[in-house]
Design a protein around this ligand. Sequence first.
Ligand SMILES: [Cu+2]
Length: 454
Amino acid sequence: MTTRRDFLRNAGATALAAGLASRAQAGIPEAMIQDKPGTQGPRHPVDGPSYHPVVTLNGWTLPYRMKDGVKEFHLVAEPVVRELAPGMTAHMWGYNGQSPGPTLECVEGDRVRIFVTNKLPEHTTIHWHGIRLPSGMDGVGGLSQPQIKPGQTYVYEFTLKRSGTFMYHPHADEMVQMAMGMMGFFVVHPKNPDFMRVDRDFVFLLSAYDIEPGSYTPKVSTMTDFNLWTFNSRVFPGIDPLVARSGERVRIRVGNLTMTNHPIHLHGHDFEVTGTDGGWVPRSARWPEVTTDVAVGQMRAVEFTAEAGDWAFHCHKSHHTMNAMGHGLPTMIGVRQDDIAEKIRKLTPDFMGMGSAGMADMAEMDMPLPDNTLPMMSGQGPFGPLEMGGMFTVLKVRDNQPLGDYRDPGWYTHPEGTVARLYTGEEPATVRADAPPVAASDLRVRKPGGHMDH
Ligand SMILES: [Cu+2]
């Protein structure tokens, strides 16, 4: 992680100063811009009721100002440049300098006033997904309001009646604007800071992009065949780790604004789904899981007690832990290519026969790639290449991680005798199990015929 506590303290002071400066002015609060993709630490409230802030993975929380008892935010919809991982940037649309936009954090009972300025080349709106509000504040262009034209600023104002985890996104030219990266999180904390209290509370959105190798702008009409599967518009190895201390209660809130479902899987723990975008899940309705499917337009908050180690945390669709790849690749497992490769190389000197024993060797190959294109799988772990991309990161839990410290602690030091080891003894002879005899009655197959059973 790029942020440190002292940096955070300074950032908080800057926000406070900015808040004071803007308070002197009437009208719209200034729009704060963030152009760095690193995870910012929690932004503690400087004003209004107390709460335990969230940490947005590879993102940040938008500062607010208080004006006459109303929390005021300023979102700017605009073209942005987002680094998806070192070595690749994308030309997207987002809010306040980033895609996704900043997380908004409020408290149940807050009155909010959100100014939305449109700096896009086309009209937009913002829909506040999951929040109960007057229908005219719901942000559906044409249905609940006129679209916000380029250059205009609209004001949304409502009272947050319930705590929970919500999202925001355009409801105007939605296919294009969401394919370009326009979305963000809206967290409403409970009025009672001890209700559903956790020690660490992470949030991020699932989003997917289709960016041709060598290009920068997402294709906006792709329906299912995306090639970049992201946590908060980042792909592994560009996604920061989730860091915790052993024994801490950890919550991870995951919202899905892609075009397909994502079974989100955590190693080394079992968790419970404690919240959806409809609200908190009562204790009696929870059950233990290690994977939870987050369907399109859904949010799932999971909670668990952190156990020491380095634990993979990823989407369980194996294509979603890969970066841009050709889905038309033939399976070459078991195909001998050495003789034919020599012949092809005479015609195309760069040709490499590959994948005869799977595709793992491709992670180690130094293949020439087009500019602004990431390898299909990459990342280096303490034991070798990690062979991952896309929706993958590591939950790093340490016994001695300082409270409130989100810095990457490095790789886990395994206690002696707790790492899988190479066997170097004798190999016993292979023994084939005898198949038990099959009874004749087991082979009776009834062929379909007639409708006598109907
Ligand atoms: Cu997935």
